[in-house]
Design a protein around this ligand. Structure first.
Ligand code: SF4
Length: 342
């Protein structure tokens, strides 16, 4: 049994310290980090430029590379693959791989469940089983067979990243550092509903693009959809974004779940434009995906067309996110930590 948890999730200086503690040369830490994070080997047996006794000592100390982690794989016919992970702490969480030609995206989770209780979200309706550690967050990328083809990472799966900031920020450091995965910062997007304290901390040293869950510009309606609005009003979120600008080439966007008959009026379009004045952003519209935990309606085609026309009239840039993973229960808002085939 490993003595000190798994190796994935450790920073290079922590691997150095571990080697020193074992009486071994710390300079092998960077080589090891490259094998694990950059070359993404699945087993220590693949390492061929570090003396075997050093590799064996680390394996004895930390266990296998994905110690205690396992996953089940559910491919859909639209190029998406849903992954159901379990870790040594008994947590269950999901990732979804989406193949859109040149864009190959992995959506990862940061918590097993979520405490935020958004009314349109399946994850918000299941029981919460704690924060994922950085190893379990980064491991979602490193463990899957498609790992080397992934060129976009979205932190939009189960959980609110700013509710687990210590582990999410550690994961982002591992993902973006030259000694780690070396993923481009502007190819990673973190989505949050805007917990104020976390947002301010993130903006002190942004390591990726930022997407804020908006869903309504009206506080009462937003609070009905997202209880977190009460403690984290969108008006304060906007104030913080105006004060601490996200530096180029990183981008700011707002997520907007399109709920039929609820948040797609001309008043909504105008209020969005008024509220976000002064920011450089675009709106990412996500047509509602049906699931059993909520009874909202999918937007009608003409409803969406009208809404986007009004956004145009009010000078708001927008895109509509094509839904992937619906068939395997892994589209936006459907993640429940289990396989729910349609
Ligand atoms: S939408 Fe995000 S923050 Fe809200 S309940 Fe779902 S996972 Fe949590």
């Amino acid at each position: 049994m490993p003595k000190r948890g798994k190796i994935i999730g450790k920073k290079v200086e922590e691997i150095e310290a571990a080697l020193s503690n074992l009486g071994l040369p710390p300079q092998y830490a960077s080589k090891l980090a490259v094998w694990i994070y950059r070359k993404r080997i699945q087993h220590y047996a693949g390492i061929n430029d570090i003396p075997r006794h050093i590799v064996n000592a680390l394996q004895n100390e930390f266990g296998d590379i994905f110690e205690g982690n396992s996953f089940e794989r559910y491919p859909g016919t639209d190029g998406s693959v849903k992954y159901l992970f379990s870790n040594a702490q008994g947590q269950h969480y999901e990732s979804i791989y989406m193949d859109n030609g040149k864009r190959k995206t992995l959506c990862v989770s940061t918590q097993a469940g979520c405490r935020m209780g958004c009314k349109f979200c399946m994850t918000g309706s299941i029981s919460y089983n704690g924060n994922l550690d950085a190893g379990s967050i980064v491991g979602q990328l490193l463990a899957i067979p498609e790992t080397k083809s992934v060129n976009r990472l979205v932190i939009m799966g189960m959980g609110e990243p700013f509710d687990n900031w210590a582990e999410v920020s550690r994961a982002l450091e591992i993902l973006t550092s030259a000694w780690g995965v070396a993923f481009g910062k502007s190819n990673i997007t973190l989505s949050t509903l805007g917990i104020l304290e976390g947002l301010e901390r993130f903006l002190l040293n942004p390591r990726c693009n930022l997407a804020i869950s908006l869903h309504s510009p009206f506080p009462d309606e937003r609070a009905m959809l997202m209880p977190s609005e009460v403690k984290n009003p969108i008006s304060r979120v906007v104030d913080i974004l105006l004060k601490h600008r996200i530096p180029k080439p990183l981008r700011l966007s707002f997520e907007y779940v399109a709920l039929g008959g609820i948040n797609l009026s001309e008043q909504h379009a105008k209020a969005i434009s008024d509220m976000l004045k002064g920011l450089k952003y675009h709106i990412n519209i996500i047509p509602w995906n049906e699931h059993p935990a909520a009874d909202f309606k999918c937007p009608a085609t003409d409803e969406l067309e009208n809404f986007t026309r009004w956004l145009n009239q009010h000078g708001v840039m927008w895109t509509i996110r094509q839904s992937k993973g619906n068939e395997v229960g892994a589209a936006c808002g459907q993640m429940a930590g289990k396989h729910t085939p349609k």
